[in-house]
Design a protein. Sequence first.
Length: 267
Amino acid sequence: MKTTGRTEDGTKVVATYELSPFYFDRTGVLTPWTLSQLFANSEPEQSDVFYIPRHLRKVATFVRYQEYHLHPELYTKVKFNSTVEVKAGIGYVGKTSWIGKGVIRLATSQDILCHGNILAVNVDLSTRQPTALPPDLRRKGKGPLPTFDLPTSSDKPMYSHKFKVEESDVGANDYTKQSVFIRLCSDTAVFGTKAGRYPSLRRDALKYRVKKIAMLFQKQARAGDMLDVQSWEIPSKPFSLGFQVKRGEDNIVLCLFELYEQERAKL
């Protein structure tokens, strides 16, 4: 269930969700791809800051990068049917791209569960090319441009798994939803851990709670595509996994999962 509104000054969109048991994994934890979907559904471009008459009829926004930080409270205080509040707004605004910033809180206590940002590119619907944002909007943007925090692709993945993009995995624009790639990477981590392919992880990947997710979207994927998710543990970051999602020779998504060490995960 979702209800939406805006802050009093109109600068942020506020969405409230009641969490169904279907959004949780078998250990009773809210799945990270659900968090990504909550951010996407909040639509910060619907705030008064981004409102320009008829502008959104001519352009679309495509996410280039997203980053989420998952707080310990996510694993200790969120239960089935909990209500969460997503507050999203606009940060930095460049010539053709902008930053959406958001925070997810537990509605009852206002504990922060997750915070993150996305880098979205403004694309002309007729040419499918990046197009300049209106000067009025660029003057409204606030905050720095975030830096990307991503692993270097590995020539020797420790584990890989193939997935087919299903019709239910694509959005209204016929491209695979960002949250689906988080699910595919998470599933690959579970299979790879069970197979004993990562030096720091043992038995069950779901025992290692996710601390941070960063994703760079390189190309689009559609329903019916066969994707190969290659994964490896990052030598310089124990308890961190890198993923390269590929379609044949094409790189589709580069992803980072940073995990809490197992003893910290038992919060």
